[in-house]
Design a protein around this ligand. Structure first.
Ligand SMILES: Cc1ncc(COP(=O)(O)O)c(C=O)c1O
Length: 357
């Protein structure tokens, strides 16, 4: 392998970016060192600054909010809907002020947000919509891939994600302005990318920036994973269906609620979760599933209720749906190595924990 092919933003990265762009129909793709950095790059690409507000769900991973802080702007937390655990467009509309510059939606578990309602809430107000599509590789809303539904989309290729290279991410955008800023920011604030294209004979410092370029070593891993994404998606979809069928009886007896997705969409099947009646039942089921050897889990501690949210950001308001679902959610294993028998075993263990079998 040539020495040049292990650098960041090298030939292999460029080939993978072109592949992703062609497969998704995206205008600009920037591979990054993580999904977190893709989000930070998106915020830099929007040109946010001090005094600007960005509405984000509280029920999400921290990076959805820290990317806003990185630009000196303020995250404003919105509630989610119980039906899909995605940001509630009505609550977004209530939180819009003169300072609101963007909304970050998270397609939780790979289920698309209600983008039509989000667009209706933000239309004509100069508010840009950014997708945290960390869970959403391989899914669509209508016919459009998630990640291409707003001004910018941010994927994660972390080890836990559907398509992975260990640590990695990508910013996808159709906006030339976002792309122009992101290209400079990702390369430490230099015009190295233009230099690599032969557009200038040297490169120099031209903007604010950081180092978010993926190594070609990881891009080579990503290239192979990306080829397998349809197969990965098919396997995940099959196991998701099996969970839905196996747990339908529990849902109709009121013992749990199963996830749902909007019509005309294809989820990415990143996470399978159920909502149990209350915190006590959830914790009891979690314990007994773990005792049975099942890697069940829960998340998130809502960001508005976290130590940083409360002490540093000074958030006091309650977000009732977010707090309620965070207490009741139970995540069950979902990955392409899972067999139908594994799923049946998990569902049997859950039924027993709920006293149903
Ligand atoms: C919703 C969401 N956004 C962003 C991220 C950050 O991605 P990464 O771990 O690649 O930085 C994650 C990671 O778990 C996530 O779940």
């Amino acid at each position: 392998m040539k020495a040049a092919s292990i650098v960041g933003n090298g030939e292999i990265c460029h080939a993978v970016e072109r592949r992703i762009a062609a497969d998704l129909g995206a205008k600009h793709v920037f591979l990054t060192t993580s999904g977190t950095h893709a989000l930070e790059l998106a915020m830099a690409g929007l040109g946010l600054g001090r005094g600007d507000e960005v509405i984000v769900p509280s029920f999400t991973f921290v990076s959805t909010a820290t990317c806003v802080l990185r630009q000196g702007a303020t995250p404003v937390f919105a509630d989610v809907r119980a039906r899909d655990l995605n940001i509630d467009p009505a609550d977004v509309a209530r939180r819009i002020t003169r300072r609101t510059k963007a909304v970050i939606v998270v397609h939780y578990a790979g289920v698309p947000c209600d983008m039509d309602a989000i667009r209706a809430a933000t239309a004509g107000r100069g508010i840009r919509v950014v997708e945290d599509a960390a869970h959403a590789v391989g899914g669509t809303y209508g016919r459009t891939p998630m990640g291409l539904l707003g001004e910018a989309g941010c994927f994660s290729f972390h080890a836990t994600k559907n398509v992975t290279c260990g640590e990695g991410g990508a910013l996808v955008t159709g906006s030339d302005e976002v792309a122009r800023r992101a290209e400079l920011y990702r390369e430490k604030g230099t015009n190295r990318a233009a230099f690599l294209r032969g557009e200038t004979d040297r490169y120099t410092w031209v903007s604010d920036g950081s180092s978010f370029v993926l190594s070609d070593l990881l891009a080579a891993v990503l290239a192979e994973q990306w080829k397998k994404r349809d197969e990965i998606h098919r396997k995940r979809a099959l196991m998701h269906r099996r969970y839905m069928d196996a747990l339908a009886g529990l849902e109709s007896s009121g013992a749990c609620a199963l996830p749902s997705a909007p019509r005309r969409s294809t989820p990415a099947y990143h996470i399978f979760h159920v909502l149990l009646p209350d915190l006590k039942t959830r914790d009891r089921c979690l314990k007994s599933l773990r005792e049975a050897g099942v890697e069940a889990s829960f998340h998130y501690i809502p960001l508005h209720n976290s130590p940083f949210g409360r002490k540093t950001l000074g958030w006091r308001e309650r977000l009732s749906v977010t707090e309620n679902v965070a207490d009741r959610i139970l995540r069950l294993p979902l990955h392409p190595g899972l067999s139908g028998r594994d799923v049946d075993f998990v569902c049997g263990a859950l039924s027993r924990a709920l006293g149903r079998r």
